[in-house]
Design a protein. Structure first.
Length: 294
């Protein structure tokens, strides 16, 4: 049975969220002995460079100066989002609160898409978003919520992520996938490396274990993940992509249980269930067509 374009895109997005969760595990291992900005800068620069080599002659298809400026601007927005996120993380804000606020970036995509592109999401998407927000809160805010200055950095990161996510989806159908992905990753990597040079002390050596986890983070959680994500963003509406991307913190929680023995409370499990419910509500038409064909 051949899968429709929409169902294929949905399944690829689920895979993207799993790859993103793998990135959390590998990053956690690398950061045990590596400065965060150095790690992010080298990771994104190397991933972007590898994809740029694979793109070959497709690079020269982007000939319009205006399009090059848009690519540069989007890469800078993504880099700024990463820097805001790492600043919020270093501010001392509890991880759960930071994860909740940052995850709102994809929740805001339908609104950002309407503001920037005048695209209106399907009614089912709007119904699913409040459910997803409640689920995210139950999953990530296990220790409650208290107002702290660092939350503004996470909020800035969320807004920039939403902005970048929306416009990447808009341009993904106009620019070869590898070229767009490679340029974004390379721009982010170079900018963060510059900041790292100015603010961090680089280690003289790293262990083989750290190198192994770094390669997992670069090849699987960055090269493969962002290539697939950019590809799918050029296929379907950004709001649909955003609803499925909310699955990422669910897989992160599962990875925490599988790799580090972290336990999930009943409330957190209920939050995971609500996130899954939100995805089912938003994509019910496609799911019904897949399993209940006449």
């Amino acid at each position: 049975m051949a899968l429709s374009r929409g169902v294929s895109a949905d399944l690829l997005l689920v895979l993207v969220t799993i790859l993103a969760a793998a990135g959390w595990v590998s990053a956690r291992e690398v950061l045990l002995s590596t400065p965060p900005l150095l790690f992010m800068g080298v990771r994104f620069s190397m991933a972007g460079g590898l994809l740029l080599m694979l793109s070959g002659s497709s690079l020269w298809l982007v000939t319009r100066p205006g399009m090059r400026l848009r690519i540069l601007g989007l890469g800078a927005a993504m880099a700024l989002a990463m820097l805001c996120w790492i600043t919020g993380l270093h501010s001392g804000t509890p991880l759960g609160e930071g994860a909740f606020i940052t995850s709102l970036g994809v929740i805001l995509v339908p609104l950002m898409s309407w503001l920037l592109l005048k695209k209106t999401a399907e009614r089912a998407v709007w119904f699913s978003l409040p459910v997803a927000v409640v689920g995210l809160a139950m999953l990530t805010l296990n220790g409650g919520f208290s107002v702290q200055p660092g939350q503004l950095w996470f909020l800035a990161a969320a807004l920039l992520i939403s902005f970048h996510f929306t416009l990447i989806g808009h341009f993904a159908s106009q620019i070869p996938t590898l070229v767009l992905t490679a340029s974004q990753l390379l721009i982010v990597g170079v900018i963060i490396l510059i900041v790292s040079c100015l603010s961090e002390q680089w280690p003289s050596t790293v262990s083989n274990s750290t190198l192994g986890w770094f390669m997992v983070s670069t090849l699987i959680a960055t090269c493969l993940r962002f290539t697939l994500q950019t590809r799918v963003q050029g296929m379907v509406d950004p709001a649909r992509v955003a609803v499925i991307m909310v699955l990422e913190p669910v897989w992160v929680a599962v990875a925490g249980w599988a790799f580090y023995g972290e336990r999930l409370s009943a409330g957190q499990l209920a939050g995971c269930g609500l996130i899954l419910l939100a995805m089912l509500v938003a994509r019910w038409q496609g799911i019904r067509g897949l399993f209940f064909r006449a």
